[in-house]
Design a protein around this ligand. Structure first.
Ligand code: CA
Length: 230
Protein backbone atom coordinates (compact mmCIF):
# COMPACT_ATOMS: atom_id res chain seq x y z
CA UNK A 1 0.00 0.00 0.00
CA UNK A 2 1.65 3.31 -0.98
CA UNK A 3 2.10 5.81 1.83
CA UNK A 4 1.15 9.49 1.54
CA UNK A 5 4.31 11.36 2.46
CA UNK A 6 4.11 15.08 3.12
CA UNK A 7 7.31 16.93 2.21
CA UNK A 8 7.74 20.28 3.94
CA UNK A 9 10.77 21.93 2.32
CA UNK A 10 11.19 25.54 1.17
CA UNK A 11 13.97 24.98 -1.36
CA UNK A 12 12.28 23.96 -4.64
CA UNK A 13 15.24 21.94 -5.97
CA UNK A 14 15.52 19.86 -2.80
CA UNK A 15 11.76 19.48 -2.62
CA UNK A 16 11.78 18.18 -6.21
CA UNK A 17 14.52 15.68 -5.38
CA UNK A 18 12.69 14.46 -2.28
CA UNK A 19 9.41 14.07 -4.18
CA UNK A 20 11.17 12.16 -6.96
CA UNK A 21 12.74 9.77 -4.44
CA UNK A 22 9.44 9.17 -2.72
CA UNK A 23 7.65 8.50 -6.00
CA UNK A 24 10.36 6.11 -7.15
CA UNK A 25 10.02 4.23 -3.86
CA UNK A 26 6.35 3.69 -4.76
CA UNK A 27 4.80 6.25 -2.42
CA UNK A 28 2.84 9.47 -3.01
CA UNK A 29 4.59 12.78 -2.39
CA UNK A 30 2.51 15.75 -1.22
CA UNK A 31 4.47 18.97 -1.23
CA UNK A 32 4.44 22.07 0.93
CA UNK A 33 6.87 25.01 0.83
CA UNK A 34 6.05 26.13 4.36
CA UNK A 35 4.45 25.01 7.60
CA UNK A 36 1.43 27.18 6.80
CA UNK A 37 0.84 25.34 3.50
CA UNK A 38 1.40 22.00 5.25
CA UNK A 39 -1.21 22.88 7.86
CA UNK A 40 -3.73 23.80 5.17
CA UNK A 41 -3.13 20.51 3.37
CA UNK A 42 -3.54 18.61 6.61
CA UNK A 43 -7.07 19.92 7.02
CA UNK A 44 -7.97 17.70 4.07
CA UNK A 45 -5.73 14.70 4.62
CA UNK A 46 -3.64 12.96 7.25
CA UNK A 47 -0.20 12.02 5.90
CA UNK A 48 1.34 8.65 6.81
CA UNK A 49 4.73 10.28 7.26
CA UNK A 50 6.15 13.83 7.23
CA UNK A 51 9.59 14.76 5.91
CA UNK A 52 10.17 18.02 7.66
CA UNK A 53 12.93 20.50 6.93
CA UNK A 54 14.35 22.24 9.98
CA UNK A 55 15.01 25.71 8.52
CA UNK A 56 11.78 27.06 7.05
CA UNK A 57 10.37 30.58 6.65
CA UNK A 58 7.75 31.38 9.27
CA UNK A 59 7.34 28.57 11.78
CA UNK A 60 10.45 26.38 11.67
CA UNK A 61 10.44 22.61 11.42
CA UNK A 62 11.33 22.01 15.03
CA UNK A 63 8.43 24.11 16.30
CA UNK A 64 6.06 22.41 13.87
CA UNK A 65 7.24 18.95 14.99
CA UNK A 66 6.66 19.93 18.61
CA UNK A 67 3.18 21.19 17.76
CA UNK A 68 2.24 18.03 15.82
CA UNK A 69 3.46 15.78 18.61
CA UNK A 70 1.48 17.72 21.23
CA UNK A 71 -1.89 17.37 19.51
CA UNK A 72 -3.97 14.21 19.86
CA UNK A 73 -4.96 13.89 16.19
CA UNK A 74 -1.46 14.40 14.78
CA UNK A 75 0.85 12.94 17.43
CA UNK A 76 0.89 9.47 15.84
CA UNK A 77 2.18 10.75 12.48
CA UNK A 78 5.84 9.77 12.10
CA UNK A 79 8.25 12.62 11.37
CA UNK A 80 11.70 12.51 9.77
CA UNK A 81 13.56 15.79 10.26
CA UNK A 82 15.80 17.10 7.46
CA UNK A 83 18.58 19.48 8.12
CA UNK A 84 21.84 20.86 6.80
CA UNK A 85 23.24 20.79 10.27
CA UNK A 86 24.90 17.63 11.39
CA UNK A 87 25.60 18.52 14.95
CA UNK A 88 24.78 16.10 17.70
CA UNK A 89 23.06 18.84 19.72
CA UNK A 90 20.52 19.49 16.93
CA UNK A 91 19.91 15.81 16.45
CA UNK A 92 19.08 15.45 20.12
CA UNK A 93 16.72 18.44 19.99
CA UNK A 94 14.90 16.97 17.00
CA UNK A 95 14.45 13.62 18.69
CA UNK A 96 13.46 15.29 21.97
CA UNK A 97 10.41 16.94 20.42
CA UNK A 98 9.33 13.52 19.15
CA UNK A 99 10.78 13.24 15.64
CA UNK A 100 11.18 9.57 14.69
CA UNK A 101 14.37 9.97 12.75
CA UNK A 102 16.79 12.45 11.31
CA UNK A 103 18.45 12.89 7.92
CA UNK A 104 21.31 15.33 7.32
CA UNK A 105 21.57 17.17 4.00
CA UNK A 106 23.12 16.44 1.58
CA UNK A 107 21.51 13.01 1.80
CA UNK A 108 21.88 10.03 -0.48
CA UNK A 109 18.60 8.83 -2.01
CA UNK A 110 19.39 5.34 -0.74
CA UNK A 111 19.84 6.49 2.81
CA UNK A 112 16.66 8.54 2.69
CA UNK A 113 14.62 5.64 1.33
CA UNK A 114 16.07 3.26 3.88
CA UNK A 115 15.07 5.63 6.68
CA UNK A 116 11.58 6.15 5.26
CA UNK A 117 11.16 2.40 5.05
CA UNK A 118 12.45 1.84 8.58
CA UNK A 119 10.11 4.46 10.05
CA UNK A 120 7.11 3.13 8.14
CA UNK A 121 7.93 -0.44 9.15
CA UNK A 122 8.00 0.64 12.78
CA UNK A 123 4.97 2.89 12.72
CA UNK A 124 2.80 1.61 9.88
CA UNK A 125 3.95 -1.87 8.83
CA UNK A 126 1.24 -2.21 6.17
CA UNK A 127 2.89 0.67 4.22
CA UNK A 128 6.04 -1.30 3.50
CA UNK A 129 6.39 -3.97 0.85
CA UNK A 130 7.89 -6.73 2.99
CA UNK A 131 6.16 -10.11 2.60
CA UNK A 132 4.45 -11.35 5.75
CA UNK A 133 3.90 -14.97 6.71
CA UNK A 134 1.83 -16.23 9.60
CA UNK A 135 0.99 -19.90 10.20
CA UNK A 136 1.37 -20.80 6.54
CA UNK A 137 -0.57 -17.80 5.27
CA UNK A 138 1.71 -15.64 3.13
CA UNK A 139 1.02 -12.17 1.72
CA UNK A 140 3.40 -10.50 -0.72
CA UNK A 141 2.66 -6.77 -1.17
CA UNK A 142 4.86 -6.48 -4.27
CA UNK A 143 3.26 -9.23 -6.33
CA UNK A 144 -0.12 -8.81 -4.59
CA UNK A 145 -0.23 -12.56 -4.11
CA UNK A 146 -1.67 -14.36 -1.14
CA UNK A 147 -1.08 -18.06 -0.55
CA UNK A 148 -2.24 -20.40 2.19
CA UNK A 149 0.03 -23.44 2.52
CA UNK A 150 1.14 -22.76 -1.09
CA UNK A 151 -2.43 -22.62 -2.38
CA UNK A 152 -3.27 -19.42 -4.24
CA UNK A 153 -5.98 -17.35 -2.53
CA UNK A 154 -7.95 -14.99 -4.71
CA UNK A 155 -8.82 -11.70 -2.99
CA UNK A 156 -10.51 -8.49 -4.08
CA UNK A 157 -8.54 -5.23 -3.56
CA UNK A 158 -10.34 -4.30 -0.33
CA UNK A 159 -9.94 -7.77 1.16
CA UNK A 160 -6.25 -7.66 0.21
CA UNK A 161 -5.73 -4.34 2.02
CA UNK A 162 -7.75 -5.55 4.98
CA UNK A 163 -5.70 -8.74 5.26
CA UNK A 164 -2.45 -6.79 4.83
CA UNK A 165 -3.41 -4.47 7.67
CA UNK A 166 -4.56 -7.29 9.96
CA UNK A 167 -1.43 -9.37 9.29
CA UNK A 168 0.82 -6.33 9.86
CA UNK A 169 -0.89 -5.72 13.19
CA UNK A 170 -1.51 -9.31 14.27
CA UNK A 171 -2.86 -10.07 17.76
CA UNK A 172 -4.20 -6.54 18.16
CA UNK A 173 -7.93 -5.85 18.32
CA UNK A 174 -9.23 -3.21 15.90
CA UNK A 175 -12.64 -1.56 16.12
CA UNK A 176 -14.69 -1.19 12.96
CA UNK A 177 -13.99 2.54 12.86
CA UNK A 178 -10.24 1.96 13.25
CA UNK A 179 -10.37 -0.45 10.32
CA UNK A 180 -12.29 2.10 8.27
CA UNK A 181 -9.60 4.69 9.04
CA UNK A 182 -6.67 2.42 8.26
CA UNK A 183 -7.97 0.35 5.36
CA UNK A 184 -10.54 2.57 3.64
CA UNK A 185 -8.94 5.96 4.43
CA UNK A 186 -9.94 8.41 7.08
CA UNK A 187 -12.12 10.79 5.11
CA UNK A 188 -14.17 8.14 3.34
CA UNK A 189 -17.79 7.82 4.34
CA UNK A 190 -18.59 4.14 4.71
CA UNK A 191 -20.87 2.49 7.21
CA UNK A 192 -19.46 0.28 9.95
CA UNK A 193 -21.28 -2.75 8.64
CA UNK A 194 -19.29 -2.49 5.39
CA UNK A 195 -16.39 -3.80 7.46
CA UNK A 196 -18.44 -6.87 8.43
CA UNK A 197 -19.23 -7.55 4.78
CA UNK A 198 -15.56 -7.50 3.78
CA UNK A 199 -14.49 -9.55 6.81
CA UNK A 200 -17.02 -12.19 5.75
CA UNK A 201 -15.66 -12.21 2.18
CA UNK A 202 -12.12 -12.42 3.50
CA UNK A 203 -12.98 -15.40 5.73
CA UNK A 204 -14.71 -17.16 2.83
CA UNK A 205 -11.63 -16.68 0.65
CA UNK A 206 -9.26 -17.90 3.38
CA UNK A 207 -11.37 -21.03 3.96
CA UNK A 208 -9.76 -22.61 0.87
CA UNK A 209 -6.59 -23.26 2.89
CA UNK A 210 -8.24 -23.46 6.31
CA UNK A 211 -7.01 -20.04 7.44
CA UNK A 212 -10.43 -18.48 8.06
CA UNK A 213 -10.13 -18.99 11.83
CA UNK A 214 -7.19 -16.56 11.93
CA UNK A 215 -9.72 -13.73 11.65
CA UNK A 216 -11.41 -13.56 15.01
CA UNK A 217 -14.44 -11.57 16.07
CA UNK A 218 -13.95 -9.92 19.42
CA UNK A 219 -17.42 -9.45 20.82
CA UNK A 220 -18.27 -5.82 21.52
CA UNK A 221 -14.90 -4.60 20.18
CA UNK A 222 -14.11 -5.56 16.62
CA UNK A 223 -11.74 -7.90 14.87
CA UNK A 224 -8.28 -9.29 15.26
CA UNK A 225 -5.99 -11.60 13.34
CA UNK A 226 -4.47 -14.06 15.71
CA UNK A 227 -2.36 -17.17 15.31
CA UNK A 228 -3.23 -18.23 18.84
CA UNK A 229 -6.24 -20.42 19.36
CA UNK A 230 -8.80 -18.99 21.70
CA1 CA B 1 15.15 25.11 4.33
Amino acid sequence: MPANILVVEDEPAIQELLALNITQAGHNAIRALSVEIAQNLMREMTPDLILLDWMLPGMNGLEFARKLKSEAHTKEIPIIMLTARGEEYDKVRGLEVGADDYVTKPFSPRELNARIKAVLRRRAPQMTDDPIELRGLRLDPITHRVTGNQTHIDLGPTEFRLLHFLMSNAERVHTRSQLLDKVWGDRVFVEDRTVDVHIRRLRNALAISGHEDLIQTVRGSGYRLSVQHT
